[in-house]
Design a protein around this ligand. Structure first.
Ligand code: 8OZ
Length: 374
């Protein structure tokens, strides 16, 4: 019988179990460079079947939060290489989450204090995390008004995703990449009609709205191989003020198109990211979505996320609902989550106040089970 602890080949990725660490923003990489603490944090969690890095900006323009890591400077890539070396030495696998926030940014985080970019000049009613340099204090601030990207700029966006993917794998030593196409960031701003009012070939119909996402995914798969490429999707999340009134046909189309690209995995956030697993006004049939992918020949691993506890995760694997389950907050507080789930040991509770920013506290100091315990 397949369980959470059964190994899995997902494309070129080798998972020692079906428990993934979800991508988790931690805001501890000044100048976008992961440092010693980041190395320790990921190494501590290397027993996950797959570590997915925190969202990592593909460009300065793609930055939307203070002190998140990047992939566009050599020091950033060197910092990540130290992380991936540590994870590999500990027997783990790690992919890099490729992130462009689009309009979910603040001018103070943009090159030359410019306006952030999006599909349309529509401001998101959401907030982003900035750090006041004078006082060193962090806090959430409203996002800035974006400008609409010109169609002529989109090839550069696609190219930047592909270049970041190549750097992640070839220079920084990641086993693969995950395209962040969820949670109201740039690719969802094109995909979902609530943020896209374009009248060109990137707005309007489903194929037009899905076009940028698919161009990016093809380019990334060409750069590093589909077998080293995953994608994260969130069909109904309202995160960062995004909305799609009719997600089922949109995601059915995506499923059919993605099925052709030979991806390692598809990672689906079920419900509202970090919140309820059902969004009342936006019913969604996840089984139909997955069936559309499989029926179109998609062979990537199916990864699910959002509010799973052990019993739900075991059921998801046993029933075939999913091949892999990603855990977020539980991994923040339990570096040895795999061992704890295997042995039935109690889980450490998480401390929300140390999720974003700060130092070792709430990052690398959660206790692990003593040898022989659990
Ligand atoms: C929480 C805080 C900041 C960013 C996401 C990258 O929603 C994020 C994120 C989450 O995907």
């Amino acid at each position: 019988m397949t369980t959470l602890f059964s190994p899995l080949h997902a494309g070129a990725l080798r998972l020692s179990n079906r428990i993934a660490m979800a991508p988790l923003t931690r805001n501890r990489s000044p100048e976008g460079v992961p440092g010693d603490l980041g190395v320790a944090y990921y190494r501590q969690r290397a027993s996950a079947g797959l570590l997915i890095s925190e969202g990592t900006a593909i460009s300065h323009q793609g930055q939307g939060y203070a002190d998140v890591p990047g992939l566009y400077g050599s020091e950033q890539l060197d910092g990540w290489k130290r992380v991936t070396d540590a994870v590999h030495s500990a027997g783990g696998s790690i992919v890099c989450q490729l992130w462009h926030v689009g309009r979910v940014s603040h001018s103070s985080l943009q090159p030359g204090y410019a306006a952030p970019v999006s599909a349309s000049a529509l401001q998101a009613h959401t907030r982003t995390y900035v750090i006041d340099r004078a006082s060193g204090r962090g806090g959430f601030e409203p996002t800035s008004m974006p400008r609409a990207l010109d169609a002529a700029e989109l090839p550069e966006v696609v190219h930047t995703f592909a270049a970041a993917a190549r750097h992640a794998v070839q220079t920084a030593g990641f086993d693969g990449v995950e395209i962040h196409a969820a949670n109201g960031y740039l690719l969802e701003q094109f995909l979902k009609s609530g943020a896209n009012q374009r009248r060109d070939d990137y707005g309007g119909s489903i194929p037009h709205r899905a076009r940028l996402l698919l161009e990016v995914t093809r380019a990334v798969a060409d750069a590093v191989g589909g077998a080293r490429t995953g994608i994260r999707l969130s069909p109904v999340t309202p995160a960062n003020d995004i909305d799609e009134p009719d997600p089922q046909p949109l995601y059915a189309y995506l499923a059919r198109q993605l099925a052709r690209l030979g991806l390692a995995y598809v990672h689906v956030i079920e419900g509202a990211t970090g919140g309820p697993r059902e969004v009342e006004s936006r019913p969604f049939d996840y089984a139909a979505f997955k069936a559309a992918y499989r029926d179109a020949g998609g062979q990537g691993a199916w990864m699910v996320n959002n509010g799973y506890d052990q019993a739900m995760a075991e059921q998801a694997i046993a029933s075939g609902h999913a091949d892999v389950v990603a855990f977020g907050k539980a991994f923040i507080a339990n570096p040895d989550l795999v061992q704890r789930l295997r042995s039935g040991a109690a889980l450490n509770p998480w401390d929300k106040t140390t999720f974003y920013g700060g130092g070792a506290r709430g990052y690398t100091d959660y206790p692990v089970l003593a040898p022989g315990q659990g």
